[in-house]
Design a protein around this ligand. Structure first.
Ligand SMILES: Nc1ncnc2c1ncn2[C@@H]1O[C@H](COP(=O)(O)OP(=O)(O)OP(=O)(O)O)[C@@H](O)[C@H]1O
Length: 730
């Protein structure tokens, strides 16, 4: 945007003393009063450019009138007016009639209220210790169109409560959880909610637009045309200020941009409930403000926005509509932000003037003002904060009722019209983006609990994404490619022309063993290093109901195969011809097959290690676990030399099968006598050499089947580990 452009529009629709401007909401003009244009400095790269910053008139202290980047922002009441959701008012004064950016093309959804009563949660600490209670009798209600904060000291149970509400923790849970007054149906609820984690897990090698496209393809399904998906993507990117970086890879995004992209990816199907785990962590104060502004705008769009937050500044604290404060797993306050100070005061804790109420309540919760938690819990349980909140909101009752009536009228109208597409104006609380999901709601909540797309489509989309991502991954692909070429040439030079020389069969077997060893490590180690990142992305997307584990896993398996095959071919071609192995197509193909099988087995082992443990543990465990596998491969020590009680280990050494199969490929199947450049060559007959290596009776096909079996087994175990991980999260 050009410097000095008129950008922000502040609206006061309740104190209609100023000019008038019409905002187009979904094609229907909604009359707003009091437009004011504010000259702003050029936006920061991260600027959300929210045209309108909103705040409650009932806040403890007024919301700062200075928005992010210095633009003036005028307060408007919380609920009584229709607001352009996250609209950037772009253009100059002359274009002030321009329709602000809105999320008008998203699927339609009904607002969702979450009510919970007497939630108690405990975790098992082993048989001896029994159960540890983490949450005790937490009750409350999180409403649509409100930005709710769950606050409390570290270990108070914030994340646990949010995980329970989001449906990620379900075992050892007592209490009632209602969604719009009805019992929560977990699968259905998970489909209409999303959880945005603290560490924004993104596919590092995809651009913003590519990531958005994958999200739209997976979350909107086939019933939405590609054109409609494109419009949704453009609209969200524009609204969230991601257009500038749409071709930037996610690994290069700033913290604020990553957070916005995480939100954008989930917004594609317009979930009415959004959970955020510490959305401001790791952001500077300006980005924190922008981030919360965005969340507030999302809430004003009719969504239920719930986030955990540690210790917000006064400026951020005031942006929340609703607050639930926890201490030691108990609720010590619940209600509006502006009700906090009066509540604390009523229990005998006076928040000093000019003191951030958020800081003060944290001090109280941490016990810095004496043993107070039982007192506060009692006050909450006796309904004290409810009473105070009711008194405080009494003045707003009339306008809230009007707003709610509007929502109801509008919802009824949409339902009775059977409106399935186009634009919808929802005056009042729900604003522009609280749209109805045509599939779920218009057909009176048909309980479609599956994923938005078929398993095959999920597989196809993920296959393409994994393939693209692997292609761009320097560790996984580019470095591996060069290492195969360089090491292939090096080995070719070291063992140059020895393949048909009887006096050098031991050296040649070393060359074959090194080939297997090299392909094993280059397949296993990059997977150990990179899979945990992919897995974190998978966890986020799977838990947000994008696709199934099966589709992800099949796609991962299939996308990896071409790379393993190509790298093995590159290396084997170089080494085979430089070292003058027998010029027979069959032997070449047999050796190549062994090399490919060994590398896919090693990669599967890497996948299992990556799935089961962290990168740090994996890079230690992978090579260490490979030592016995190599030791019992038949190269260092013959089978008959190994003590009987240890011989079984050779059967679980997959390298043994790879090495044996490779040796048979070169020296088996009645190879003609080798040439001898010395006076006497003991191993001119290659069968003698195989006998010396205890491989004369080995069968190539058994080695190939054994490796294929290892591949399937390791892939299945890795799959089960992933399943177990998902289950343990509950
Ligand atoms: N699986 C578990 N086993 C034992 N204790 C647990 C388990 N999960 C959580 N806890 C305990 O429950 C308490 C609440 O944890 P939770 O992560 O919800 O806290 P929090 O308020 O989100 O903390 P923070 O702000 O530091 O993230 C902590 O004392 C934690 O140690």
């Amino acid at each position: 945007m050009p410097e000095g452009e008129l950008k922000s529009v502040s609206v006061d629709c309740c104190h209609g003393t100023e000019g008038t401007v019409d905002f187009m909401h979904n094609g229907i003009s909604s009359h707003q009063t009091a437009a004011r244009y504010v000259r702003t400095p050029p936006p920061l790269p991260d600027s959300l450019n929210n045209g309108i910053m909103l705040s409650s008139p009932n806040l403890v202290t007024p919301l700062s009138a200075v928005g992010s980047g210095g633009q003036l922002v005028k307060k408007v009441p919380n609920k009584s007016c229709t607001l352009p959701s996250m609209g950037f008012s772009s253009g100059s004064a002359a274009t002030n009639q321009k329709k602000p950016n809105e999320l008008s093309h998203l699927p339609k959804r009904l607002p969702v209220d979450i009510q919970f009563a007497n939630l108690a949660y405990s975790v098992s600490e082993g048989r001896r210790r029994g159960y540890k209670t983490i949450l005790k009798n937490i009750s409350g209600k999180f409403r649509s169109s409100e930005l709710t904060a769950i606050m409390g000291p570290s270990g108070a149970g914030k994340s646990t409560l949010m995980n329970i509400l989001a449906g990620y923790k379900t075992s050892h849970l007592n209490g009632t959880l209602l969604i719009n007054g009805k019992e929560r149906k977990l699968r259905h609820f998970r489909k209409m909610s999303c959880y945005i984690m603290q560490d924004d897990q993104l596919m590092p090698h995809l651009t913003v637009r590519e990531a958005m496209t994958v999200s739209a393809n997976l979350k909107l399904g086939k019933q939405t045309s590609s054109n409609a998906k494109r419009i949704v993507i453009e609209e969200i990117m524009e609204t969230l200020g991601l257009v500038e970086c749409c071709n930037t890879r996610t690994t290069n995004l700033s913290g604020g941009q990553r957070k916005r992209l995480s939100i954008a990816l989930e917004l594609v199907n317009n979930p009415p409930v959004m959970f955020f785990d510490e959305p401001t962590s790791g952001l500077d104060s300006s980005s924190c403000f922008q981030c919360l502004s965005l969340l507030k705008s999302l809430a004003r769009g009719g969504r239920t926005i719930i986030c955990t937050i540690h210790q917000p500044s006064a400026r951020l604290f005031e942006m929340f509509d609703h607050l639930l404060t926890l201490a030691e797993g108990q609720c010590i306050y619940q209600g509006s932000v502006q009700g906090l100070v009066p509540f604390l005061s009523s229990v005998g804790f006076e928040c000093p003037s000019y003191h951030n109420p958020a800081d003060y309540v944290m001090e109280v919760a941490c016990g810095e003002h004496g043993e107070c938690i039982p007192k506060l819990v009692m006050a909450v349980n006796s309904g004290k904060c409810n009473n105070l909140n009711q008194q405080q909101s009494a003045s707003n009752v009339t306008e809230t009722c009007i707003a709610n009536d509007n929502v109801k009228d509008n919802t009824d109208r949409i339902l009775s019209n059977g409106m399935t597409g186009g634009t919808v104006s929802v005056p009042g609380v729900t604003c522009t983006t609280s749209l109805l999901d045509s599939d779920e709601n218009l057909k009176h909540c048909k309980q479609n609990t599956g994923f938005p797309t078929s398993s095959f489509l999920q597989f196809y989309i993920l296959l393409k994404r994994t393939f693209l991502s692997t292609m761009r991954d320097q560790t996984l692909t580019q470095m591996r490619f060069f290492s195969h070429v360089v090491v292939g040439l090096l080995i070719g030079m070291i063992y140059f022309g020895i393949g048909n020389e009887a006096s050098k069969v031991m050296s040649n077997s070393g060359c074959i063993f090194f080939t297997i060893l090299f392909l094993m490590f280059t397949a296993m180690m990059p997977t150990i290093l990179t899979f945990p990142v992919e897995m974190a992305v998978f966890m986020r997307e799977h838990l947000n109901y994008w696709y199934s584990l099966k589709s992800f896993y099949f796609a991962k398996t299939m996308a990896d195969l071409p790379f393993q095959i190509v790298f093995s071919i590159i290396y084997v071609v170089i080494v085979y011809f430089m070292t003058s192995q027998p010029p027979e197509v069959m032997r070449f193909m047999m050796l190549l097959t062994m090399c490919i099988l060994t590398s896919v087995v090693a990669q599967s082992l890497g996948l299992l290690i990556g799935a089961a443990m962290s990168v740090e543990n994996g890079v230690f465990f992978g090579p260490v676990a490979s030592v016995p596998i190599l030791l019992f491969s038949g190269f260092f020590v013959n089978f008959n030399t190994i003590p009987g009680y240890l011989q079984w280990v050779t059967y679980v050494s997959y390298i043994r099968y790879g090495f044996e199969g490779a040796m048979i490929s070169i020296y088996g199947y009645g190879r003609e006598k080798l040439s001898c450049s010395e006076e006497y060559c003991h191993f001119r007959n290659s069968t003698m050499f195989l006998e010396e290596m205890d491989m004369a009776r080995a069968e190539y096909w058994i080695d190939a089947v054994a490796l294929a079996g290892f591949f399937l087994l390791l892939r299945c175990v890795a799959y089960l580990v992933l399943r177990l991980k998902l289950r343990l999260m509950k």
